[in-house]
Design a binder for this molecule. Sequence first.
Ligand code: PLP
Length: 400
Amino acid sequence: MKKRIETEVIHSGYSSDQHHGALAPPIYPTSTFVFPNAETGEQRFAGEEEGYIYSRLGNPTVKMLEDRIAVLEGGEKGLAFGSGMAAVSAVLLGLTKSDDHILCSQGVYGCTFGLLQMMEEKYRIEHDLISMTDPEVIEAHIQPNTKVLFIETPINPTMTLVDLEMIGKIAEKHNVTVVVDNTFSTPYLQRPLEFGCHIVIHSATKYIGGHGDVVAGLVVSDAETIKFLASTTQKDIGGIMSPFDAWLLLRGLKTLPIRMDRHCDNASYIFEKLKAHPMVESIAYPGDPQFRDYMIANKQMDRPGGLISFTLKGDKKDAQNFLNTMKMIKIAVSLGDAETLIQHPATMTHAVVGEEARAKMGISDTLVRLSIGLEAKEDIWADIEQGLKAYKNSDMTETV
Ligand SMILES: *Cc1c(COP(=O)(O)O)cnc(C)c1O
């Protein structure tokens, strides 16, 4: 019987009776696996017998995590990587060849953008970056050689959403593979495969790990696609996950639902406070009924998540001053950790994008992004509030 996600994050993929009764999953830090005889080795290499060969091709601790994330996303199989970008590159390079085309949502993660550029320059795999709002515009950009629709939703840091059901329908009509970077939502809030998308990718570094202590990536899809990726771009490029990291993620996943609920509760409280504050100009938060993409959020996300971006009154220096006034909140990129983190996209995560492209994407010099943590919501707000009072009157960079 299918169990609820709160149960599956704890139990799926692991059975203690196969591991001497160990309640917590064991770590198998082994590079290779001993065959009982030569014939077994032959059969395993031929794929005629189940069993481990060498840890780049599969490891028991990593397999537990792959099985668990597959259940959570509602897919058949999972595949683990050493980083989110190892996962993204294995998927995109696996699905395409020279003269193919990738259609991608505008504003994707900076390194995904970099990868697409490299693929075009070095391997002649083309791409277009477009706003994925209007189905007619999307269809007009699908070419005979378009193999992949790559989307992120919500998109960092503008929190723009893409309608997964609409994308799933377009993809079916044109026979293209839809890849969704689901890092911001996690399977607790959004399961893209339910909407007809084909491959889900996570930077497990973020909410899935949840404690800021591991860099990792995950992919979920149907068995055939995962088998293909495992035996090509994962095996031969080799961006695999270590058993230790898999163990950290198995541990992190157990608390994903309670952590996400707390992130969401805190974010909703902070949003209300920001909305009422005179120094805040605009807010991007999928839980805001006035937010442009609120209806899409309502349709495909169970809750609005833990990220909020907002613009301050002032200029770039004022925004930097605001970051410098933080006492508890940490100035750092990344997201999904226990600690509330703040960053300035124009000079940090999106500095490489260039001023013109940033303006097109709606990333102004006064935009700041918060990854709301698990602290008491009153303490998070107290820090933000004192910063909003102080940032205009202080030039913190000169005093430190
Ligand atoms: C962080 C991130 C990535 C890259 O993941 P790494 O684990 O840092 O390699 C990809 N997509 C999104 C949306 C991210 O936030």
